[in-house]
Ligand binder design. Structure first.
Ligand SMILES: [Zn+2]
Length: 271
């Protein structure tokens, strides 16, 4: 699944191709995504220039004078910048054709992605309004994590993956950050000490920044905006390494299921 680093990598990849470009037309080849794509968007958005390519959590925001396109890649979506004449392949559902002759093409085999539109401030859209702090911004710090963990008995891994508390820490990065912070994924959130909160915040920021630097994680369904896969996977400490030696202590990496997701950890390194 594209996680925050993949979405931010996509944003950076498309940005130079879309800023200042007019949307010639929006083509909805198949609008049966997570929510049906409203056909009226095409009429509203046509002819307007993209002023900004932003991101909030895993939503890409293409802002124009008429309003903002809100795109989510879902479980398996990807956006590519291509010449508009490029023949479509299976699962190419949307084209945002630009006056440059290029198109932003949305491909999504599993259809959990979405395209929505808002004429108002996208940050006030119902899907975005309630979102928690961005993990790479200053608002997410040791004080904040300390505060939100005090009364919560939930496992710390589940807490950092809760998008009402912090956005964009998906399954891979949660396992990796807890390994870096040397904290067991099943620990009750409220059991973390102040020092551990600080360490975990640093670990989350470091894990996401590292992933961003290399362009996201290599996942089966993920390709960057330029069509190249990310290369983060080679640097993973524990994720999908069950039974393999821990990169720090050489003891086998363990795996269990937590909230229907696989968690990977080292019983020797994490306390
Ligand atoms: Zn270890």
């Amino acid at each position: 699944m594209p996680e925050l680093p993949e979405v931010e990598t996509t944003r950076r990849g498309i940005e130079p191709h879309v800023i200042g470009r007019r949307i010639r037309r929006l083509l909805v080849h198949d609008g049966r995504l997570r929510w049906p794509v409203d056909a009226a968007i095409a009429t509203t958005i046509a002819g307007h220039a993209i002023k900004r390519a932003g991101r909030r959590a895993k939503y890409l925001l293409l802002e124009t004078d008429a309003g903002t396109l809100i795109l989510h890649l879902g479980m398996s979506g990807s956006l590519r910048v291509l010449p508009a004449s490029t023949p479509r392949i299976a699962h190419d559902h949307l084209d945002i054709e630009l006056d440059s002759g290029q198109t932003l093409r949305f491909n999504d085999p599993r259809r959990f992605g979405s395209l929505l539109f808002t004429a108002g401030d996208p940050r006030l859209h119902p899907l975005l309004r309630q979102l928690a702090p961005e993990p790479l911004e200053d608002g997410f710090d040791a004080d904040y994590l300390w505060k939100i963990t005090r009364r919560r008995a939930v496992a710390i891994k589940q807490l950092i993956m809760n998008s009402r508390l912090v956005v964009g820490v998906g399954n891979i990065y949660a396992s990796e950050a807890l390994f870096r912070a040397r904290i067991r994924p099943r620990r009750q959130a409220r059991s973390l000490t102040r020092v551990e909160c600080a360490r975990l915040v640093r670990a989350i920021k470091a894990t996401l920044s590292m992933a961003l630097k290399v362009g996201g994680t290599t996942l089966r369904d993920y390709v960057g905006a330029d069509g190249n896969p990310g290369y983060f996977r080679q640097k993973l400490y524990v994720y999908e390494r069950a039974g393999k030696p821990c990169r720090v202590c050489r003891k086998p990496v363990r795996q269990f299921t937590q909230g229907q997701r696989s968690t990977y950890w080292c019983a020797n390194c994490q306390k």
